[in-house]
Design a protein around this ligand. Structure first.
Ligand SMILES: C[S@@+](CC[C@H](N)C(=O)[O-])C[C@H]1O[C@@H](n2cnc3c(N)ncnc32)[C@H](O)[C@@H]1O
Length: 270
């Protein structure tokens, strides 16, 4: 699941946190993607509400992402010992921190400045500040050369909507991936859309829970991000809450494509 696709009803608390006046936080590049008509209302548009959250309350977003851990099978599945990895929409590093041991060089592309700041802070705390390059960029205009990486990956960030990837963004991820390398969309939505573009699907089984830091945090974050489940979270009285209680599909799956090697020049026999 990718955040902006959450059902609007389920996100009413989040939508009510911000107003149209908050859209002024967007840079011109951000506004051209997230409010292309020049106007928008986070009260009715949950996609906008998420983008405002990343910029106005990035620490709150980080607390949520930290609790929604990826299925270990997803991380295990990713290639190891590769030279270069590019992650797009890296956020505060839920996946980035897992990628550090897998590639000699990792570049994390993230448009929201406040999220880049948190990611850099975490990388420095992990002693990996020099090994991962955190840069500004968008799916549809990746600031990376052709064939740059062995693995190009996005986690809970890519959607078919043009402002959050779209056909142009997917083509960009494939441009940046070397022939024989993999483009991977973790926690995908719109599986049919990806399947028609040659992406295969993998899902990892087993029970999964959101692991909040404490029961108190579970109640607080559920009230904001899963209001329909807030009552049940209170009733359970524990810090770990099964994803099915919260009503969202867990981060247990991915869609991937291995990029074909281009056919070499045809050898003519004399
Ligand atoms: C739900 S967060 C996921 C962040 C992180 N990958 C994770 O798993 O925690 C979605 C991320 O996509 C980023 N994003 C949104 N639109 C984008 C775009 N057009 N290009 C690149 N990243 C984008 C957001 O800034 C945010 O960091």
């Amino acid at each position: 699941m990718t955040r902006p696709e959450a059902p609007a009803g389920a996100a009413r608390e989040l939508r009510s946190r911000y107003t149209a006046a908050d859209l002024s936080v967007f840079t011109c590049d951000e506004a051209s993607r997230f409010v292309p008509q020049g106007n928008g209302d986070p009260h009715t548009d949950v996609v906008l509400a998420w983008e405002l959250l990343y910029r106005l309350e990035p620490e709150l977003y980080d607390r949520l992402a930290g609790a929604e851990r990826l299925h270990p099978g997803v991380v295990d599945w990713l290639p190891r010992d590769v030279d270069r990895i590019a992650e797009v929409g890296a956020g505060t590093g839920r996946l980035t921190l897992e990628l550090m041991g897998r590639g000699k060089r990792v570049v994390a592309v993230e448009p929201a400045r406040p999220l880049r700041r948190i990611l850099r802070r975490k990388l420095a705390a992990a002693g990996q500040g020099g090994r991962v390059r955190v840069i500004h960029g968008f799916f549809d205009q990746l600031p990376l050369p052709d064939d740059h990486a062995d693995l190009v990956v996005a986690c809970s960030a890519f959607t078919p909507a043009p402002g959050h990837g779209g056909a142009v963004g997917l083509a960009e991820m494939e441009r940046v991936c070397r022939p024989g390398g993999r483009v991977v969309i973790i926690w995908p939505n719109h599986l049919d859309w990806l399947a028609t573009r040659g992406y295969q699907y993998v899902s990892f089984p087993g029970p999964m829970s959101v692991e909040f830091g404490s029961y108190r945090e579970a109640v607080e974050l559920a009230g904001i991000f899963y209001p329909r489940a807030a009552e049940e979270v209170r009733r359970l009285g524990q810090r770990t809450v099964p994803f099915e209680v919260l009503g969202i599909n867990p981060p247990r799956d991915l869609a991937f494509k291995v990029l074909a090697h281009e056919a070499g020049p045809v050898k003519l026999t004399p």
